[in-house]
Write a protein that binds this ligand. Structure first.
Ligand SMILES: Cc1cc2nc3c(=O)[nH]c(=O)nc-3n(C[C@H](O)[C@H](O)[C@H](O)COP(=O)(O)OP(=O)(O)OC[C@H]3O[C@@H](n4cnc5c(N)ncnc54)[C@H](O)[C@@H]3O)c2cc1C
Length: 409
């Protein structure tokens, strides 16, 4: 059995876009569709950066919507070259939603919002009117249709319905699929056009609160398992998915790389105050802080180009810095903007000056050697990318230079 993840992936720069609500319509009594449009769906220019058009090529792509907390304007992240700069002093209220339809030519993108009690996103979708402005960021990547599998098992509650509907519509003709969808009421079912060989089973909670039943797990446990290699995609309330994950692994023997199981939301007691679910958001941001590689690589790139030394020596302005470092001027401009955003440089008229942190880099040769991407320390740092290999085999996760080992993890 192959261990390769069967879904090809493509990544994009993360771009914050200001868009306008074009239309609002109820798909069912439980789901509101909001159609957005605007110039920033296309490639555009902001804050000295050329930002690309939105791309959404995977059925389970997601974007973040940014919302206001009460009457205050929404807290928005800053834009870096290809990522967002999350403010340290105020926390944006951001929620994930799936582009259910994207038409770049018409300049329109649709999102389907589940109607539920007590959420800033759901409440926004219920109240928003055409002409209002909103902000989204992403998608930052798209995963394709799984390749080389014999059949698909697709499981989800209504929050997964936008992704499942889009997938069924885009699935190659004849794909064998068994699909289980849980909704609140019969009237929340949707037409799901497809050319796939798909059997869709609707499960209805009939008054039970969302995220409180084991309907999906029981349906999967009692289904007739098809022969051949399966790929399982599941999304919905996080706790209800746990039993399904255990069942697939322990009783059906489905390897982890053949599953994509994602908690799309977590059931808590409804809180009418905007910002409920903040603990989860905090955890999300903390995870982002712990795993963000962008600042480390941006600083190392600047050290490697000799940028901080030139700024210390009074070389001023992106054009002259680009000439002296041999960098492409607009890209160097973007790097300078990012270094200002993370506190490594300060803007000074048309030029820049060092901060206490970057002074440390230029005053201490050890520091600058340590962060030069051509140096031995960088080779050792980069060998950490081989850590999974080390953990699996006990062997070094080294990177090679000229065929020689240069570091061990
Ligand atoms: C990758 C991804 C894609 C997603 N795509 C979609 C999508 O296309 N459409 C969609 O509607 N949702 C989608 N979701 C789920 C959505 O992001 C969450 O439901 C989100 O928490 C809603 O935010 P809120 O501000 O309305 O509610 P929150 O402030 O998060 O929660 C407020 C209260 O509502 C409850 N609650 C939250 N969501 C639901 C729900 N769906 N049903 C019942 N109670 C709920 C919470 O338990 C809490 O008590 C997606 C999530 C992820 C991770």
């Amino acid at each position: 059995m192959s261990t390769r993840n069967p879904r090809p992936v493509v990544t994009f720069p993360i771009v914050l876009r200001e868009l306008t609500v074009l239309r609002v319509a109820d798909v069912t009594p439980g789901m509101r569709r909001v159609t957005l449009g605007g110039e920033q769906l296309r490639a555009f220019h902001r804050d000295g950066l050329d930002l690309p058009a939105l791309r959404s090529e995977g059925f389970d792509d997601h974007v973040k919507f940014f919302f206001a907390d009460g009457d205050a304007p929404p807290v928005l992240p800053g834009q870096n070259v290809s990522s967002l700069d999350w403010p340290a002093d105020a926390r944006p209220i951001a929620k994930d939603y799936t582009p259910v339809r994207y038409d770049p030519e018409a300049g329109e993108i649709d999102f389907d919002f589940v109607r539920h009690e007590g959420g800033v996103a759901s409440s926004w979708a219920q109240a928003v009117k055409p002409g209002e402005v909103t902000w989204i960021a992403g998608p930052k990547m798209s995963h394709g249709h799984p390749e080389g599998v014999d059949w698909l098992l697709v499981i989800g509650d209504e929050t997964a319905l936008p992704a499942i509907g889009r997938w069924l519509a885009e699935m190659p003709a004849g794909t064998r699929a068994r699909v289980f969808i849980e909704v609140g009421e019969e009237s929340h079912r949707q037409e799901l056009p497809t050319e796939a060989d798909a059997t869709v089973t609707w499960l209805t909670r009939d008054g039970a609160p969302a995220g409180s039943t084991d309907l999906l797990e029981r349906a999967v446990r009692s289904m007739e398992w098809l022969p051949g290699e399966v790929y399982v995609w599941a999304a919905g309330e996080a706790v209800t998915l746990k039993g399904i994950r255990r069942h697939l692994s322990a009783e059906r023997g489905v390897p982890r790389e053949r599953t994509h199981i994602t908690g799309y939301w977590r059931r808590t007691e409804p809180d009418p105050v905007a910002g409920a679910g903040q603990a989860e958001d905090d955890a999300h941001e903390r995870l982002h802080e712990l795993t963000d590689l962008a600042p480390g690589f941006a600083i190392r790139a600047a050290v490697t180009l000799g940028l901080f030394d030139l700024v210390r020596d009074g070389v001023s302005g992106p054009a002259e810095l680009a000439r002296r470092t041999g960098a492409e001027p607009s890209l160097l401009g973007a790097l300078l903007t990012y270094l200002v955003a993370i506190g490594l440089l300060e803007a000074d008229g048309d030029g820049h000056r060092l901060t206490a942190v970057s002074e440390e880099l230029v005053e201490d040769d050890h520091s600058s050697d340590e962060y030069h991407l051509g140096g031995a320390q960088a080779a050792m740092d980069l060998s950490l990318a081989g850590l999974p290999h080390t953990l699996r085999t006990g062997g070094p996760g080294f990177r090679t230079a000229g065929g020689d080992r240069v570091a061990t993890a």
